[in-house]
Design a protein around this ligand. Structure first.
Ligand code: NAD
Length: 253
């Protein structure tokens, strides 16, 4: 499809897993891409042979770094049509052992990061020419909605940080609507990425997941990317403030 032809897009956490698949899908749909990641080496190994991709090394949790990154994007693109807040980290730990530092770190990347990035991107999104909707897509998680504690991996800070991102999505959707900017979320279930490699390497966890998934397989980053591309396109021009679950049916089962 060429539904994003002529559109400028930025994806955070684009060097790995879901973000990489999202970046590839937006490129395949015709977008001009800024690939943002903390890890410059990883960015370069994924996009180094494609000079048309703008590589932006930035830490979404650091305000100055985000400002510098978006100054680069403003210089190169002059405007933005699609922003995907995908960068995120997961940490595990039981409630009583959870340190303030771990709590703050998870919130800094998963909740404050999308705030800082969206705020810097906002002027560029508003600069769109108005003949099409512009879109922010936030990657939340099924864990913004449900608590998966029976895997033996409690992650209350992760749950809370994704819950904050969910409500940021809904509140910003109201605020941004008058500017023609739609704001939606994709909530992935368990997806096979470096992020989940350790958990999915455990046979018991894997079998338990498959039992919990009506569609009977583990998700792929491409599943997430397809949902993002729809929400980013004009095909979703009357969709805002909502969440698309890409979870094989996990949350209804
Ligand atoms: P991943 O670890 O494979 O990739 C994350 C990427 O983000 C990496 O390239 C990393 O360098 C980058 N990153 C991390 N911190 C950053 C920061 N501060 N600034 C900029 N870039 C940073 O992870 P993934 O599984 O692809 O996860 C991507 C998103 O999908 C996350 O928001 C995660 O919460 C969400 N998610 C993943 C799953 C899953 O099962 N994999 C499920 C639900 C939600």
């Amino acid at each position: 499809s060429n539904r994003l032809e002529g559109r400028y897009a930025a994806v955070t956490g684009a060097a790995s897993g879901n973000g990489r698949a999202i970046a590839e899908k937006l490129l395949a749909d015709g977008a001009t891409l800024a690939a943002i990641d903390l890890n410059a080496d990883a960015l370069n190994s994924v996009f180094g042979d494609r000079p048309e991709v703008l590589q932006v090394q930035a830490n979404v949790a650091d305000e100055d770094s985000v400002k510098a990154g978006f100054a680069q994007i403003a210089d190169a693109f002059g405007r933005l049509d699609v922003l995907v807040n995908n960068a995120g980290i997961v940490k595990f730990g039981t409630f009583e052992e959870l340190s303030r530092a771990e709590w703050d770190q998870v919130f800094a990347v998963n909740s404050t990061g999308p705030f800082l990035v969206s705020r810097e991107a906002y002027g560029l999104l508003r600069a769109g020419d108005g003949d099409h909707t512009r879109a922010i897509v936030n990657i939340t998680s099924v864990e913004a909605h449900i608590v998966i504690s029976s895997s033996g991996h409690p992650q209350i800070h992760y749950n809370a940080s994704k819950g904050a991102l969910l409500q940021l999505t809904r509140a910003l959707a109201v605020e941004a609507a008058a500017s023609g900017i739609r704001v939606n979320a994709v909530a992935p279930g368990f997806i096979e990425t470096p992020f989940t490699a350790e958990a999915l390497g455990n046979e018991d966890v894997r079998n338990w997941l498959l039992e919990r998934t009506p569609l009977g397989r583990i998700g792929k980053p491409e599943d997430v990317a397809n949902g993002v591309a729809f929400l980013a396109s004009d095909e979703a021009s009357w969709v805002t403030g909502t969440t698309l679950f890409v979870d094989g049916g996990w949350t209804i089962y």
